[in-house]
Design a protein around this ligand. Structure first.
Ligand SMILES: [Zn+2]
Length: 425
């Protein structure tokens, strides 16, 4: 039996639903108590939280983490050109070792910038699961199925997803769960989409898919099906509260109603949408309609990093300039998107600091010039901080980063390995 571990984060500024000065006691994988009367005798490990902002670990709701290997590939292209001419030819050379290394590097980057959970869609996912096991992070992992309307390919893609569910769902002390991940309505046949939903329902899993990313996609789907992307997916029964739709940049009013009624979660990726010039997702409108929206980084080669702090700032700024209204997306709403909403989308008991929640917690250093003074901790987090201000990361009650040093990953070793191998692609 594993020994009980307890951690006390003392005298800290907590941002959760409200901002308060208090202490946090973690026992095993859970936040046991938040109170000012906790003291050093209450825990084995004491962390001085003064001069730190303590908040939930950030939740990246859309990623392809092993694409760290493709950092710098295909800059400044449209989605279609980027995918077809730059990314897919290189991805054809992926293997399990490369995906493991790329995933491990991504986890080093994510932990160092305060992400504790990510929702990933890619290939060789058992290797990513292995890296999650070792790194101590939490993840929802989906095998990215693409059949390009080929019947044999459809069958083999579904088999691959079934294998991942069998081998990885609810493993790593429950830190890993599996999602069914048909890539997009333009890369998957109708039958694959329908069978994906059946598979997800059978095992009670999330379904993770790219939807309505570009105008071209909307036009292509319309030409092929007579419907807009969300209408099409709804007509074949794919959408419900277990669906995580990445992007959702171009919804019509009718689609907005479908998304709302079916309680689909949207994963918003501001950097990727800007870099690929896909468009500006109407996040303000989604939120007004009560749609659950989380934030994601997408893959590194359309970002080009995994820093959720910069995604928060861009999320807010992009809506303000798009609506010409500085009052939209106030700090509280943006913070909620990167924490609570992400947890809701992925169905995990995290995303806020409350007693009984999973102990996924980060501490951000405030004694740096760009965080001084702290008039409003939340404002500093959304608008001033950099991911690299993260000092301590706790996930599932285990310390993964301490004094900005990784505890579960050998940082220099993984950097060296990726530098040696990435160019094989
Ligand atoms: Zn993506």
């Amino acid at each position: 039996m594993a020994e009980t571990t307890s951690i006390l984060i003392k005298d800290t500024t907590i941002i959760s639903d409200e901002i308060e000065k208090s202490s946090v006691l973690v026992v095993d994988d859970t936040i046991q108590e938040i109170s000012n009367s906790l003291n050093d005798n209450d825990a084995e490990i004491i962390i001085d939280g003064s001069n730190k902002i303590t908040m939930p670990g950030l939740i990246n709701t859309h990623s392809h983490v092993a694409m760290t290997l493709l950092r710098g590939v295909g800059d400044d292209q449209s989605l279609q050109t980027w995918l077809e001419e730059y990314i897919w030819p290189k991805e054809a050379n992926l293997n399990d070792e490369l995906v493991y290394l790329g995933s491990k590097l991504a986890m080093a980057e994510m932990i160092k910038t305060g992400t504790t959970t990510f929702n990933d869609m890619y290939f060789f996912m058992e290797e990513t699961a292995k890296a999650v096991d070792e790194s101590g992070m939490r993840a929802v992992l989906g095998y990215g199925m693409i059949d390009l309307f080929d019947d044999e390919k459809m069958k083999s893609e579904l088999k691959e997803s079934e294998k991942l569910i069998k081998n990885c769902h609810q493993t790593c002390e429950n830190r890993v769960s599996v999602a069914v991940a048909p890539h997009a309505p333009y890369t998957c046949s109708e039958e694959l989409l329908i069978k994906s939903k059946e598979l997800a329902s059978k095992h009670d899993l999330k379904l993770h898919i790219h939807v309505s990313e570009t105008k071209k996609e909307v036009n292509d789907i319309k030409n092929n099906t007579g419907k807009t992307p969300f209408e099409y997916l709804d007509s074949i029964g794919v959408l419900d509260s277990n669906t995580i739709a990445a992007h959702g940049v171009w919804p019509t009013d009718d689609e907005m109603n479908i998304i709302k009624e079916k309680q689909v979660s949207i994963a918003h990726n501001p950097s990727s949408n800007m870099k690929l010039a896909s468009g500006i997702a109407p996040i303000t409108k989604y939120l007004e309609n009560g749609v659950n929206v989380g934030i994601g980084t997408d893959g590194v080669s359309s970002n080009n990093n995994l820093d959720m702090f910069s995604e928060m700032k861009l999320t807010a700024f992009l809506q303000k300039v798009n609506t010409l209204n500085p009052q939209v997306l106030p700090t509280k709403d943006t913070f909620k998107m990167a924490t609570k909403n992400g947890a809701q989308a992925l169905g995990i008991n995290a995303g806020s600091l409350e007693e009984g929640k999973l102990a996924d917690i980060i501490l951000v250093d405030t004694l740096v010039p760009h965080m001084t003074p702290v008039r409003n901790a939340l404002s500093n987090i959304i608008y001033s901080s950099l991911g690299t201000d993260v000092d301590t990361v706790i996930c599932n009650g285990k310390i993964l980063l301490e004094n900005k040093e990784l505890k579960t990953i050998n940082e220099q070793e993984i950097i060296q390995q990726v530098n040696e191998k990435a160019f094989e692609l």
